[in-house]
Design a protein around this ligand. Sequence first.
Ligand SMILES: Nc1nc2c(ncn2[C@@H]2O[C@H](COP(=O)(O)OP(=O)(O)OP(=O)(O)O)[C@@H](O)[C@H]2O)c(=O)[nH]1
Ligand SMILES: [Mg+2]
Length: 377
Amino acid sequence: MTQFFTESFRSEFDKQSGLMGRFNLGVFGKTGVGKSTLINAVFGEEVAATGVGAPITKDSHLYVGVHGSLGLIDTRGIEIGRDDKALVKEIKQFVSNQRKLPVADQMHAAWYCVRALDRRFEEAEAELIRTLADLDVPVILVFTQVPVRDGQFHPDALALAAHVESLNLPIVAGRPFMTYAMRDQFTGQPAYGLMELVNATFLVVPDAVHAALATAQRVDLDAKARQANKHIAASVAGAATAAAVPIPFSSAAILVPLQLGMMARIAQLYNVPFDRAAILAVASTSLATATGRQAATSLLELIPGAGQIAGGVINASVASGFTLAMGQAWLAVCQRAAAGKLDGINGVLDSAAVKRLFDEELRKRAPRVRRDETQTP
Ligand SMILES: Nc1nc2c(ncn2[C@@H]2O[C@H](COP(=O)(O)OP(=O)(O)OP(=O)(O)O)[C@@H](O)[C@H]2O)c(=O)[nH]1
Ligand SMILES: [Mg+2]
């Protein structure tokens, strides 16, 4: 039974990661301004570990790398005044080639990075920004490594921002976004501005990549929760529709993959890898057996020892109510797991804690099911 569960979950997990798609971000700016540091801070260390990607052609300045739901279009060691003409040409070619591909494969936004304390913004940089904007890529101008004291940005950064704003560049919000990506050990300057940057990015990319962006970024947990709740709502509606078909056993056949798919999507949003998600799911749902009598549901049939559902027919309100409860209980588990709060001693998963948490959340929300509601009509 567990084997069957794992295999079904695997297949839904793969399906969801296919549906999730990818958020493709271009990251530009002079060498050393802090592009890689920014990317790592927003999208996690794994991106750094896998490197910047490969040049799209030999001698190319553009590098393309895929890291799960994130696609990065990056440059390496660009010297403005030496490489920018060639880069503009490459970007034009790259983006227009991409235009022939589905939306999912295009560059959805660009972050143009400037280290504010360089106190310089060159015409060649403005040209790069215009090139991207002309190709319909929304450009967010990011000021990197901007020191803050007593809630005030460094005056030189503000002066550069005023200068850039006067250029009327085609940039998101018409102004730079101030950031500090990584705490400075010496000065104690903390990181800031990353969540604002991510929020601005959400606003300018197509809805179709919101789930991928929510998944890829690690700084805005509310964005993950919003996407999870959106997916739960869609699953709830799907469950009601499935249950409305009064054919014995058919509702379970639709509800099981639907609920497993929902669990897979939520796990992915919280960057819980498959193996861990499967262990969490088994720990969580075996507890559902205990509450199974009242919440007679499809998923329980997969769980060892779960009671039979009489006739296999579930009414729409039970199906949707239980899907909602499951989704939210599972969301709580994933949130806690992602925060590292379900690990016991030695970093081993505390299954009992997982069960307790899931059960608690499920009980709060699971609909009361009368025996007769689960009978074949
Ligand atoms: N403390 C701190 N250091 C930073 C920050 N951003 C960049 N740095 C440092 O600045 C140096 C250059 O940063 P990178 O992120 O490698 O610069 P890059 O833009 O990726 O440079 P190229 O890959 O050569 O184009 C590194 O030593 C970083 O540690 C920051 O926000 N905080
Ligand atoms: Mg770099």
